[in-house]
Write a protein that binds this ligand. Structure first.
Ligand code: NAG
Length: 241
């Protein structure tokens, strides 16, 4: 390629994406402009969730989950090789960025499917459970509120980076949760059938009681990648002052 053609391409690229962090198809916003941020997060969501190898971020839809293990309210549960699908089609309801308190708040909803190898022992609400097989969990309209506390830290170029320090979240499954588990009770069909009826009748209570550690694993991975994004993009380069 000649120099001329090459710089022509670069100029063309700059014209197509004039006001952008170099990979996300979003408009720059003032951080106190919640409406603009909400739209920009929505516009950039799919690209972000599909992973940006240029920046070193992971593919988050489908997300390969870290192994999960918990012992909660009488249930010992483990999930290995979990895959979470659906985040890239989330609906961003509201982004609020408080630069004084250094808190970013994300409100969003999504439909998700979680697959993986589960092991369960103990009891779930009132029923004894034991199983070791494949889990498929469909969640319809899960609402999330994630609060990220951050600090600003200068990179070697002297520009401020947002560095997430801690997070909190609340969630609620508004639509429905549907459970499918293979090999419950060593494959006893009768017990397995009645457990499925129980799980799917009591989806609301069960997702409230046991959903947190699973959702936490997903949010943790998302935040790790948000941190990578902010590390690669000084805040003044991706927002309007
Ligand atoms: C989830 O799926 C339902 C049914 O297909 C749809 O009505 C709803 O808008 C979806 N929710 C989200 C957050 O995409």
């Amino acid at each position: 390629m000649t120099m001329l053609v090459r710089s022509g391409i670069i100029v063309a690229l700059c014209l197509i994406v004039p006001s952008l962090s170099f990979v996300l198809p979003v408009e720059k916003c003032r951080l106190d402009d919640s409406k603009c941020l909400t739209q920009s997060f929505q516009n950039g969501l799919k690209t972000f969730m599909e992973g940006m190898p240029e920046l070193g971020t992971d593919v988050l839809d489908v997300m390969e989950m870290e192994d999960i293990e918990f012992d909660l309210s009488g249930l010992q549960f483990a999930l290995k090789g979990g895959h979470l699908k659906g985040l890239k089609n989330s609906i961003i309801d509201q982004i609020v960025w408080d630069t004084k308190k250094k808190v970013m708040e994300m409100n969003f909803r999504s439909n998700n499917t979680l697959n993986g190898h589960y092991k369960a022992n103990g009891r779930i609400l009132i029923l004894p459970i034991s199983g070791d097989g494949e889990l498929k969990l469909k969640l319809r309209d899960v609402q999330f509120k994630v609060l990220i506390n951050y600090i600003l830290k200068k990179g070697s170029d002297g520009k401020d980076r947002v560095v997430p320090k801690k997070y909190e979240f609340v969630f609620e499954v508004l639509g429905n949760a549907h459970f499918e588990l293979t090999n419950l009770f060593n494959g006893n069909k009768e017990l397995s059938d009645s457990m499925h009826i129980f799980l799917n009748d009591n989806w609301k209570e069960i997702s409230t009681e046991f959903g947190r550690p699973i959702i936490d694993a997903g949010i943790k991975k998302m935040l790790k990648n948000i941190a990578i994004f902010f590390d690669k993009n000084p805040i003044d380069d991706i927002s309007i002052q």
